[in-house]
Each structure stands twice: as C-alpha cells, then as structure tokens.
Design a protein around this ligand. Structure first.
Ligand code: ATP
Length: 315
C-alpha cells in the first residue's frame, strides 16, 4: 500500500494510459489512446455514441482485458486491473441493476460487505442525499434517486479514483444538476474522477481536463477553456428562424462561409462582432426574416467537436 501511495504522490498522476487498444473483430473500439489523469481532478472523456468510451472505462475498471497498451494506476504498472487495484476504485456502470425489493440502506450495506474498508452507510446516504429515502424500496425510486444510489454504491469503499460512465444519461435537468453537485463535492474531498459523457454541457460544467474521443481515438485533449480557445478569436452568433428561403441562406453564407444550419438553428462563426451583427440585422430586414433566440456566445466544446469531425456530438 505504501508503495502505491508514494509513487502516486511523487508525480501527482493517479492514472496513466499509453497506447491502449481493444478491437472487436474489425471494429477498433479503442485504437491506441494515451492520457494521464492528475490526482484530485475531474477528467472527462467526451464523445458520441460508439466512440469507445465505455470500452476504455471497462478496461480501466478491470472488466475487460486490453489487446495491448500499458496502464499505470496508483503509481504501479499493471497488465490488467486486478483485485488489489479494485479495492481502491469506485465504479458507476452505465446500467446499474439493483435488487428491486431491497431498501436503499440494505443495498448500500450489501455492496459494502464486499470490501475490507467501507464507509458507514449513513455517511454514504448523506453524500448522495438519500437519507430521507433510506427505507424506500429500490423499485420505488425515481430515475435520479436510483442514479444517486448507484453513485453511493460506487463510493462504498471510499475510493481514491472513481469511474463514472455516462452518469446522467436519460436524467431530467434537475436530477442531472444534483449529480453534478455531488461530483463537484467529491472533487473537493480530493477524489479523482474519470467520467464519460456525450453531453457537452456536462463536460464543461465538471471537467478540469477533457479528451475528445471519436472512432476509438483521442482527437483532442486539454482544459475545456483551452480546447474552445483553439477555434481562435471567433465569436459565435446563433439564432433560430422559421423559414429561410434558399436564396436568403445562400446570400448569408456568402458573407459567413462558416455558416452552419441545424434544423431551424443557424450558427455563424465571426471574427469581428459588430460589423457581423450589422450585416445580419440588415439581411434579416431585407429578407423579412425574424431572428428568434438570438445569442452571442463564445465557442463551446460542441463547436470544437464539429470543427474537428464535421459532425455533432449527438446526431
Ligand atoms: P456509448 O455512449 O453508446 O456507450 P461508447 O463511446 O461508450 O458509446 P463503446 O460502447 O465503447 O462506445 O463502443 C465502441 C465500439 O465498439 C462500438 O462500435 C460498439 O458497437 C463496439 N462494441 C462495444 N462492445 C462490443 C462488444 N462486446 N462486442 C462487439 N463490439 C462491441
């Protein structure tokens, strides 16, 4: 144990992955990825469905062997993530299957029994705001409560490193924000968190570092701010408009060659905001177009993904 702690503290890196690969037949699910996760940070793998995020996490959680590559975890190089490492990690799988007729506190106690060192059940319930639901049956929990229970179960062994696979997929905005504030609280307790998501807002809200994954490869990695800054000094103008005739659209894209249209939403990437706005307002008046929901914003991670791949994160 001492060895693990010492090595991790020297370089401040809890997890380092080099040239990791996993193929399923012809599918290169994970295609030679490398990254390192500093202690006490939230590290996010952002990518669309099928990018290889879950496969990467499953390898790091010890659920799947890699085809090749090296993993250094808690300062020790391992071929596979074994039982000793598992004692120190927490895992939130994409689909948690709990026994529906157990109570919340019984579910946490059941999982705590697997570990030599476990948090007190009441502390776990407080951490994930389920104290009031301690005697509720799992089958009667809402989606958000169930996900908080899954997060509580991932925390039973007081792990140093947590893997959260798409922790808020399918949750409503309030339940999503509850999970976000728990994750932020965990970081304040010096936990290191690796999470996957295809929600750009989630990556922006939580991450210290983001790596963007697509087709099994990491195509960009940095802080969210630095990733967005890669698009240069451009500003984004976005609006929705009901009907934009082809001729009007073409005249606008003549002035803004970077124009993107997604359904009724049009996004312009502009270098010089004031003349661009003047032009846009003139264009709208000339063509009798109402600009609804007009927004001026900085580039976000979705813009970065679009620029790199030509596709949206969620299509
Ligand atoms: P999602 O958000 O949909 O879970 P993901 O980024 O987590 O996507 P993976 O689940 O890792 O992606 O899948 C990566 C690729 O590997 C996909 O093309 C997927 O179809 C394929 N794949 C995943 N698991 C298997 C498996 N057990 N057998 C064969 N192919 C698989």
């Amino acid at each position: 144990m001492g060895y693990y702690h010492d090595m991790a503290d020297i370089n401040g890196t809890l997890l380092q992955v080099s040239e990791l690969t996993k193929h399923y037949g012809d599918i290169r699910a994970v295609d030679g990825i490398s990254f390192s996760v500093p202690r006490g940070t939230v590290f996010t793998i952002l990518g669309p469905n099928g990018a290889g995020k879950t496969t990467t996490l499953e390898i790091l959680e010890g659920l799947r062997p890699p085809d090749s590559g090296t993993i250094e975890i808690f300062g020790k190089r391992v071929r596979r993530v074994d039982r000793r490492v598992k004692e120190r990690i927490g895992v939130l799988l994409q689909e948690a299957n709990f026994e529906p007729y157990l109570k919340v506190h019984e579910t946490i106690e059941l999982f705590a029994a697997f570990f030599a060192h476990a948090y007190a059940t009441r502390d776990i319930m407080a951490l994930v705001s389920l104290t009031e639901k301690r005697n509720a049956l799992v089958k009667n929990l809402s989606g958000g409560q169930r996900q908080r229970l899954a997060l509580g179960v991932a925390l039973v062994n007081d792990p140093d490193l947590l893997f959260l696979d798409e922790p808020t997929t399918g949750l409503d905005p309030q339940a999503r924000h509850n999970i976000w504030s728990i994750v932020t609280g965990l970081k304040e307790r010096d936990k290191t968190i690796v999470l996957t998501t295809h929600y750009m807002e989630e990556a922006e809200a939580l991450s210290d570092y983001v790596c963007i994954m697509d087709h099994g490869k990491i195509i960009a990695a940095d802080t969210p701010r630095a990733l967005a800054a890669r698009l240069g000094k451009e500003t984004m103008i976005e609006f929705t408009a009901d009907q934009v005739p082809a001729a009007a659209r073409n005249s606008l894209s003549g002035r803004f060659p970077q124009l993107r249209q997604d359904g009724g939403t049009i996004t312009l990437e502009v270098a010089d905001l004031v003349p661009a706005l003047q032009h846009l307002l003139g264009w709208a008046a000339e063509n009798g177009i109402t600009l609804d929901n007009l927004v001026i914003r900085q580039p976000n991670l979705e813009d970065v993904f679009l620029t790199l791949t030509g596709r949206r994160l969620r299509e």
